[in-house]
Each structure stands twice: as structure tokens, then as C-alpha cells.
Design a protein around this ligand. Structure first.
Ligand SMILES: [Zn+2]
Length: 437
């Protein structure tokens, strides 16, 4: 300061006045621009954010982590709050010191997109605050989707949804049955969900409770979803094979989302092979047994599914209820008539589905009643019969009518896809996977 005052002494007074004026002017400008700083800052982060926001949409850059974004060097200072049950936007905003007006503005901005309308306990909301002013709110909905609401000045907010695409990879799994599809499938590394899907694909051809034998085999190719090299979920089964007592069943997923045999026949049939979910079956009956109550050998014209009392029984096909009531040794029984020539019978029920009455129409898979031990039985089970033109058929063996196959035009799309994926499946099975290209 001494040097400065010495320096100033050399200046004549008019010059000093001008200098003082200039100095004051600079101060004013400096103050004015610093008061505009938040907007200035906002515009630079907007640029960074834009490039960041766009990049995840490019599949080639999908390896870039979504959030919190470490690739943003002058990273926003996010404050996170966790949603608890009973929380609303107001309570969450309050928790980081924001006002009802902030809630109102953000609600207005998200009104159309409903982006913040579904928050679940355990979700987090992330905030960027600048001197107590709300700059951004972020809701990471899933690893693949997040929403950012940004302040654009003057209480105006914009909403953007950032989505990413996972990388889909095909996975091959195979196994040999030694106890059940459920046990051996899990041992081979299949999730419960995939096992149910697999059983549902072949459930029209194979009764997974009673048909399965040791040395039966399964093989499938299904999709896995990866994000940043981490597995984030499973996709569809693309092709599957089940070998049951030497008979090979193949199923390929078509673009319509359904599964077909290589010849284009739908895996879905007019009848379910089993009216009880296979994993609900607790034990198997010996079909050559002496009648447990009558102690005599007599023809057994159906299949027995032993399961806990109350286990749901499904209609094996679309049809009409032609009998609902007690029927001698059968106990509580329902008989369904299907498409003219077929009837199915369900016996020993503990109770009926109250909505299913004589004359009711039922859909395939609809629950018609529950397993019990009414009638002449020693333990709870479903006795199931299948008749064609009044003649008993073995429900495990009877050939079911096919649902309409793919037409010629559909086959043109389906055939090459089916051939390729089946060749791939076969190659994997033999341990010589084809090069993927
Ligand atoms: Zn029986």
C-alpha cells in the first residue's frame, strides 16, 4: 500500500479522479458478474451434462457408468435422501432444506411425464443445491433408467430421461436329470424363474411331475443382460431342448414371442399335460399299485398327483363344466367338456373354486378347485382322467391336438432363425460351439 500511495502522489488530481472512477466501475462490474455466477456455472455444467446425457444412448459407449457419474470432473455435489414409507416429495424436499415452492415447481415440471410420481421405499433422490437453491434432482429408477430435473433459471425446470441399453449375451446351460428338473436345473445354474419358463415351454408335451426319468436331458440358450460387465438380469430363452425317455423336443422362440417346434408347430397345445404345477407335486404314485383302500388290483384309468391339501388344480384346456359335485369314490369331482370330443375329470378335491359351477366356461390354466382327500383315498391327491370320445386315454401319453402352425410366410422368417439357433445349441451341447459372428 505504501508503494501504491507513493505512486498515486505522482498523479495530478484530475487523473486520480478518473482512476478512482475506473476503479469503482471495475468493482461494480466485478460484483455484478459474480452475482451472475450461478447462471454462468449452470451453462458450463449444462454442456458437460449434455455430452454425458447423450453418450449413454450410444450403444458403443454403454460401458460408461450411468450414475453417479465419475466422468464428470467438476462433479456436481449430490446430496442423497432415501425414500422411507410414508414419504412424499414434500417430506423428501424438506429433508434437504427445500421449500414448498420448490416442490411445486418440480411437480409442475414433472406433471406431464409423471416422472416423480412413483417413488418406492428404498429409492433415493439426489439433489444438487447451490446456496440452498435447487439446481437438480435425480431419481435413479433402475440401472437402465434415470431422470434428472434441472433448473434452467427463473424457477423453470426441465425433465430428461436418460436410458441405457444393456449388452445382451447368450448363455448356454445343459444338464442331466438325476432327481428332478427343479433340483438338477438349479444345480446347472438356472434361476427358478428360468426353470419355470423352461417347464412352461415343454409343459404341453411333458408332465414334469410324472413323466421325468433319470438320464433325461435339458439344454437351452437364453439371454443375459450386462451393464458395465455386471450381470443385471436375464432375458428370453431363445432355444431349448428336452430329451424325455429318449424322445427329443426342440423349441425355438419366434419373433411373436411364442415357442415353436422346428417344423413351426406351436409348443402350446389345446391341453396342459399336467393340471398341477410340477413343483407342487410332493410324491409320485406307483401306477401298478394295489388300490390302497380296496387292496385289490384294478385298472387305474387316470393319473394321480400327490400334493398338499389346498394345492390349486388347473383346467387343462378351455372348456365347459359338465359336472360339479360328489361322485361316489371320486369324492368332490369336476368334469370338463372340451371342443366336442374331449373330457377331463378331476377328483378327490377338498373344495371347488366357488366361481366354477356346472355350465361355467373355463379357460386353460384357470384354477377350478383344490387338491384334497374326498372320496375313497388314503391321502390328499388329484386323480385326473382324460377321455377322447368317452374312451379313457393315458393323460401322460395321449397325443394332443395341435394349435394352428405357423403359415408359409411366417415360416420363411422362422426357419433360418430356428436352424441357426438349433445348430448353435447342438454345437454347444457337443462342446464345439460355433464361432459367433
Ligand atoms: Zn387315481
Amino acid at each position: 500500500m505504501i508503494t501504491l500511495s507513493k505512486l498515486l502522489q505522482h498523479f495530478p488530481k484530475p487523473y486520480l479522479l478518473v482512476l478512482t472512477f475506473l476503479f469503482l466501475l471495475m468493482l461494480v462490474i466485478g460484483f455484478w458478474s459474480s452475482s451472475q455466477a450461478p447462471d454462468g456455472l449452470e451453462s458450463t455444467t449444462t454442456n458437460t451434462r449434455l455430452t454425458l446425457d447423450l453418450s449413454p444412448k450410444l450403444p458403443t459407449e454403454s460401458a460408461q457408468p450411468l450414475a453417479p457419474a465419475p466422468s464428470e470432473p467438476q462433479a456436481d455435489n449430490w446430496t442423497s435422501v432415501t425414500v422411507k414409507s410414508g414419504d412424499s416429495l414434500s417430506t423428501l424436499f424438506q429433508r434437504v432444506g427445500l421449500s414448498a415452492q420448490d416442490v411445486y415447481r418440480v411437480t409442475q415440471a414433472t406433471k406431464k411425464s409423471q416422472s416423480l410420481s412413483t417413488l418406492f421405499p428404498g429409492d433415493t433422490l439426489d439433489f444438487v443445491l447451490d446456496n440452498g437453491e435447487l439446481q437438480k434432482v435425480r431419481h435413479i429408477k433402475t440401472p437402465l433408467e434415470q431422470i434428472i430435473i434441472s433448473h434452467q433459471g427463473k424457477g423453470h425446470y426441465t425433465v430428461e430421461t436418460i436410458t441405457r441399453q444393456p449388452i445382451i449375451e447368450a448363455r448356454f446351460v445343459q444338464g442331466i436329470i438325476s432327481s428332478s428338473l427343479f433340483v438338477d436345473g438349479q444345480r446347472a445354474g438356472l434361476s427358478q424363474k428360468k426353470l419355470m419358463e423352461l417347464a412352461n415351454i415343454f409343459g404341453w408335451d411333458i408332465d414334469f411331475a410324472l413323466d421325468i426319468r433319470k438320464q433325461d436331458q435339458f439344454a437351452l440358450i437364453y439371454e443375459e443382460k450386462y451393464l458395465d460387465d455386471a450381470l443385471i438380469g436375464e432375458g428370453q430363452i431363445l432355444a431349448a431342448q428336452f430329451t424325455n425317455r429318449g424322445e427329443v423336443f426342440n423349441a425355438i422362440r419366434h419373433s411373436d414371442g411364442n415357442y415353436y417346434s422346428p417344423k413351426g408347430y406351436s409348443m402350446r397345445k389345446a391341453f396342459l399335460r399336467s393340471p398341477v404345477d410340477f413343483f407342487r407335486i410332493s410324491s409320485k404314485y406307483n401306477l401298478n399299485r394295489k388300490h390302497p383302500v380296496l387292496k385289490t388290483s384294478r385298472p387305474h384309468r387316470g393319473v394321480d398327483y400327490a400334493a398338499a391339501t389346498g394345492t390349486p388344480i388347473k383346467a387343462s384346456g378351455d372348456g365347459k363344466v359338465i359336472w360339479r359335485g360328489t361322485k361316489g369314490g371320486y369324492g368332490r369331482t369336476i368334469i370338463l367338456q372340451h371342443a366336442g370330443i374331449y373330457t377331463t375329470l378331476y377328483a378327490h378335491m377338498s373344495k371347488y373354486n366357488s366361481k366354477v359351477k356346472k355350465g361355467s366356461r373355463v379357460k386353460q390354466g384357470q384354477i377350478i378347485g383344490y387338491i384334497g382327500s374326498s372320496g375313497l383315498v388314503t391321502g390328499p391327491h388329484l386323480h385326473y382322467e382324460f377321455r377322447v370320445n368317452g374312451v379313457h386315454k393315458n393323460p401322460l401319453k395321449v397325443k394332443f391336438p395341435n394349435v394352428k402352425p405357423l403359415n408359409k410366410e411366417q415360416m420363411e422368417d422362422f426357419k433360418p432363425v430356428a436352424n441357426t439357433i438349433l445348430a448353435q445349441l447342438e454345437a454347444y451341447r457337443l462342446g464345439t460351439p460355433l464361432a459367433s459372428n
